[in-house]
Ligand binder design. Structure first.
Ligand code: ATP
Length: 706
């Protein structure tokens, strides 16, 4: 590698687009050359240090610089693409205004918030490719005068007034269009606003965030800008959830102007330290990153010890390995005698969708042996253990349980599809084609995601991936794209199962059965949110049947079969088989060429001469010639892709999903249907567009829980 800065494009497996890998050898000379637009991107290399990135930013002419990858092209088509320079200037103006208004806050430390103290590396959050900004000085911040000038929509929020909700929060509720509280909110708020600790459980998507968020924001609103310490700490199990909760609370504090920050792993640590230094009112954090920062800095620790509100969101997930250790440290640290005096006691909220159910199950189970082993203490890592460690200051925390017996949302319709394990791809593709909609597909392993993404892309499905091994930036970007794209598909591991609030997810498909009833509830809860209807479908192979029956028993429910059209699946299957075949061949080719390049590169570095047989088959990347067999393979793949393209271009003439569309084997009004593109399925023009939800409801005979 050269001694200076090195920028190179690499293809991105997840997106099919490109990312820039940026690196600089330590002590390398500063390259004053202006990079060409095609050489630059904000997506900094994983291993590029903050310093490297700051140096890199110095060299870029932002006015000339617009991003050139696929996603930006989409934005450009909508006229949304602007030069980065323009964005930076608008952000700068924003920050100036922000710091001016901040200086009126008593006790504010302007230095820590001034433009000078915000290194340019922070600016990456405002570029058009980045996910929703995660800092506290992002573009969503609205200046006070502007905010006050906003006209309030004509929405009646008087239903909230009986709880004494602050006028500034009532205004935000108007703007959010939340005219009445949800059940968990109406049952929690009177107790929480009167100072009680709460253990709460409510179905997924029922509005738990504001149930614990409003009491915190209410406290901040009453402080009128006086800052002594953060008012609240919200702990969540995943980064995405933390950012989502932060966004939600921020939207709610639009007029109360609370400073809400997210402290999560996968983001620049110095930046997150600056966020903690910025006098936040509410910190939303994942335990790991928070503990990293807090355990090495007493100032942060003292901030936490002074909080007035602690909320544990998705508490049951916090018990899983990987979260609980840091959570225990945080509890211990903040429960120690506070150095910074707190005005009044701390209130604690513990929330989940399945919490009480778990607690009841656990409460029933502790055997004498177990109790003996633990000397009367709760089992380490259990919910009781968490509850004990959190150290409620209320002698009797209030229990608020508004879950259904099976804990799923009332508006959720459930169905199952029985099929062989190796047929699942064909059935899934059939479903996606037959019922276009925003669809979240859950699988049990990252390998399944890696296998399914390229196959579905070859089938021209608008698909994104989400799993824990993806870079954080990519994870957020994919969630944003899924949220912003009509009829998109997100293939996800259980990292997305809990808490992710993506509006309007039409369908959740359990491609593989979840490993527990709780996970089923959480996964399914990504649809049917905020009182809307949604459909969850389990794909059950014969091997999974035992587990399926166990789950039905545990959840105490029968799940009806979802009707499928076997004739159509038969017609779509050759496309899926071909896409799988192409992907397999491409994968093998890439593997062979990667291995050969690896040998060659290492041999060059070690100055070893490779066998002439080996050299004759050296890859063309290094000027050599690829072997004939490999060239043939490439040609074969190209021709298979052309064949698949042809297949995908053809319409499928199905017989229809039910007798409703058939009369004596002849489709009535076929000619009209074939020309009525607005109402017919784009791939199967003999069928009318239909919602899978309605189909499932019709099949279940309209039987719904009350
Ligand atoms: N009072 C309300 N009226 C209408 N919509 C609401 C109300 N309160 C919250 N919402 C909306 O409902 C959705 C779900 O809220 P939230 O994410 O808080 O649910 P949750 O119970 O935390 O779900 P999960 O258990 O899956 O995390 C959000 O989009 C939120 O904006």
């Amino acid at each position: 590698m050269a001694t200076g800065r090195h920028c190179s494009w690499e293809s991105d497996e997840e997106t099919g687009g490109r990312i820039l890998k940026l690196s600089q050898a330590r002590g390398g000379k500063k390259d004053k050359r202006r990079p060409k637009a095609s050489e630059t991107n904000f997506a900094e290399s994983e291993d590029a240090s903050d310093e490297d990135i700051v140096n890199f930013y110095d060299t870029v002419n932002w006015d000339e610089f617009v991003l050139v990858d696929e996603y930006s092209e989409e934005k450009a088509a909508n006229g949304e693409l602007v030069s980065i320079g323009e964005r930076l200037r608008s952000k700068e103006a924003h920050m100036d205004e922000d710091s001016a208004s901040e200086s009126s806050k008593p006790g504010s430390d302007n230095e820590s918030k001034s433009m000078d103290s915000v290194p340019e590396e922070d600016m990456d959050v405002s570029h058009p490719l980045s996910p929703k900004p995660v800092d506290d000085v992002d573009e969503e911040d609205v200046d006070e005068h502007h905010v006050e000038a906003v006209e309030d929509p004509d929405i009646d929020v008087s239903a909230w007034e009986i709880y004494g909700v602050h006028a500034e929060l009532l205004r935000a509720l108007k703007h959010l269009g939340f005219s009445v509280p949800t059940e968990i909110q109406s049952k929690t708020l009177p107790q929480a606003l009167s100072g009680r600790d709460i253990i709460g459980a409510a179905e997924t998507g029922s509005g738990k965030t504001l149930a614990f968020g409003i009491p915190m924001l209410q406290h901040v609103a009453k402080q009128h800008g006086k800052w002594v310490a953060p008012a609240g700490l919200v702990l969540t199990p995943t980064r995405e959830l933390a950012i989502q909760v932060k966004d939600h609370l921020k939207a709610m504090s639009r007029f109360a102007r609370a400073r809400v920050v997210a402290i999560v792993g996968g983001m620049s640590q110095p930046k997150q330290e600056r966020l903690l230094n910025s006098q936040p009112d509410i910190i939303v954090a994942t335990p790991g990153r928070l503990w990293d920062l807090v355990s090495t800095n007493d100032a942060y620790l003292n901030q936490l010890r002074a909080i007035r509100f602690l909320a544990i969101d998705e508490a049951d997930r916090m018990l899983e390995p990987g979260h609980f250790k840091e959570l225990k440290f945080i509890f211990k640290a903040i429960n120690e005698a506070t150095l910074q005096p707190r005005e009044g006691k701390r209130q604690t909220f513990v929330f989940s969708a399945t919490l009480l159910k778990d607690m009841q199950i656990n409460a029933r189970r502790p055997s004498q042996k177990m109790l003996k082993q633990n000397q009367g203490k709760p089992k380490p890592g259990s919910m009781e253990d968490l509850i004990e460690r959190v150290n409620f200051q209320d002698s009797k925390p209030a229990y608020v349980d508004v879950t259904q017996p099976d804990a799923t949302a009332r508006t959720l319709v459930e169905a199952r599809i029985d099929c062989l394990a190796n047929e699942k791809d064909a059935y899934l593709y059939y479903f996606l084609v037959r019922y276009p909609g925003r669809t979240l597909v859950f699988v049990n392993s990252i390998d399944s995601i890696r296998r399914m993404l390229p196959m579905l892309r070859l089938l021209k499905v608008n698909v994104f991936g989400l799993h824990a091994q993806m870079e954080q930036r990519q994870r957020l970007k994919n969630v944003d794209r899924f949220r912003d794209t009509e009829n998109a598909v997100l293939v996800a591991s259980d990292v997305a199962a809990r808490g992710l609030d993506i509006p309007n997810v039409d369908y959740v498909i359990h491609y593989q059965l979840p490993r527990s009833g709780d996970l089923y509830v959480h996964r399914s809860g990504r649809t049917a949110r905020a009182c809307q209807e949604g459909l969850a479908i389990m794909m059950v192979s014969p091997e999974e049947r035992k587990l399926y029956y166990k789950m039905c028993e545990m959840l105490d429910k029968d799940i009806s079969q979802f009707p499928v059209d076997l004739d159509l699946i038969g017609k779509l299957r050759p496309r899926v088989d071909l896409a799988r075949d192409i992907d397999l061949k491409e994968h093998r080719m890439n593997k062979t060429s990667h291995e050969r390049n690896w040998f060659k590169k290492n041999a060059e570095e070690l100055d070893i001469e490779l066998d002439s047989d080996f050299l004759s088959s050296s890859d063309d990347e290094h000027g050599g010639k690829a072997p004939q067999s490999e060239k043939n393979q490439k040609l074969l793949v190209q021709s298979l892709k052309a064949r698949l393209g042809q297949m995908l271009g053809q319409k499928v003439m199905g017989r229809g999903i039910s007798a409703r569309y058939l009369s004596s084997g002849i489709i009535s009004g076929l000619a009209e249907r074939l020309t009525d593109t607005a109402n017919t399925n784009p791939v199967i023009p003999t069928l009318l567009k239909e919602s899978a939800l309605e189909t499932a409801k019709a099949k279940a005979g309209g039987k719904r829980r009350k």
